[in-house]
Design a protein around this ligand. Structure first.
Ligand code: FBP
Ligand code: MG
Ligand code: MG
Length: 323
């Protein structure tokens, strides 16, 4: 099986970018080890703090954030980082060529139940004409991403990575200590009969989403003419991984449960990297009204509605939003 470096070299990835990706993965291997040790490593449970988004921080959120931040800034090729767990950006080398934005630990509520969690990251080019502490450098659409990926801390530790030449899946070989290529080109089937959505929010969704899901639930007897299955892992990283492996539609749509937070998922370090991975695997990703990767961000912690996965199903869902 092939290691990651020759695969990325074959794709023509710049050597600085390659070593940055490998550095991020080194931190993820350390996170994977601590996750596997669970309570033995004292990583479970909550801290007394909250992040900028008013969410209680888990110990693992902080541990993962510190590990990633430290190694990424040490590379010297990164101008600044932006993280879910950092209120503002953290400046690095003013001459750095890259920006890294990440969700150090996705699916935080799964930590205490030993369920799927992961790290999501996105790498953008750093504009030369801006200072290293200027957050506006990050406000680039998802189409500008140079690389995106996630590491899933599951029964095996897996990496999904794209640099724009397809989406590849790797598995962490714990004996050798590195990621080995286990799926050359992940391909999301165009059609699906599986959806993932937090149904407890149903009454708060907008009419288009209400109707779309109601039609899926009618199964064979309804307008979609087939029975659908449902899955919900409560960690985007786990739900998107399933979509990459066997197709499906994943949605976290806008709702009116809390007027201050109509959307849940974060554009820059959740929706954009996942959209890049999904599109590179032949899937689609939209808010229902526009392609997610075309959105020009206005804030590093901006939230967005997400509908992604099997192309035909995402297009069907978009059609409900256009009626
Ligand atoms: O609590 P809910 O509604 O099931 O939300 C689950 C969603 O929240 C998230 O866990 C948010 O991510 P964080 O854990 O990084 O805050 C997503 O991964 C997931 O899709
Ligand atoms: Mg998250
Ligand atoms: Mg998180």
């Amino acid at each position: 099986m092939r290691r990651i470096s020759p695969v990325l070299q074959q794709d023509g990835v710049d050597s600085n970018l390659l070593s940055l990706i490998k550095t991020i993965l080194a931190a993820c291997r350390e996170i994977a080890f601590r996750v596997s040790q669970g309570e033995l490593a004292g990583v479970l449970g909550s801290t007394l703090g909250e992040n900028i988004q008013g969410e209680t921080q888990k110990k693992l959120d902080i541990i993962a954030n510190e590990l990633l931040k430290e190694v990424i800034l040490e590379t010297g090729v990164v101008k600044a980082i932006s993280s879910e767990e950092e209120d503002t950006i953290v400046a690095g080398n003013p001459k750095g060529k890259y920006l890294v934005t990440f969700d150090p630990l996705d699916g935080s509520s799964n930590t205490d139940i030993n369920s799927l969690i992961g790290t999501i990251f996105s790498i953008l080019p750093a504009p030369e004409d801006k200072a290293a502490d200027d957050a506006s450098m990050f406000l680039q659409p998802g189409t500008a991403q140079l690389a995106a990926g996630y590491v899933l801390y599951g029964p095996s530790t897996m990496l999904a990575l794209t640099t724009g030449k397809g989406t590849r899946l790797y598995t962490l070989d714990k004996t050798y200590g590195g990621f080995l290529l286990t799926e050359e080109l992940a391909t999301i089937p165009k059609y699906t009969a599986e959806f993932a959505i937090n149904m407890s929010n149903q009454r708060y969704w907008q009419p288009a989403m209400q109707t779309y899901i109601a039609d899926l639930l009618q199964g064979k007897e309804g307008p979609r003419g087939k029975n659908y299955n449902m899955r919900w892992i409560a960690a985007m990283v786990g739900d998107v991984h399933r979509v990459l492996c066997r197709g499906g539609i994943f949605a976290y749509p806008r709702d009116n449960k809390d007027a201050s937070k109509p959307d849940k998922l974060r554009l820059m370090y959740e929706a954009n990297p996942m959209s890049f991975l999904v599109e590179q695997a032949g899937g689609a990703s939209s808010t229902g009204y526009e392609r997610i990767m075309d959105i020009v961000p206005v804030d590093i912690h901006q939230r967005v509605s997400v509908i992604l996965g099997s192309k035909h199903e995402v297009e069907s869902c978009i059609a409900y939003h256009q009626r």
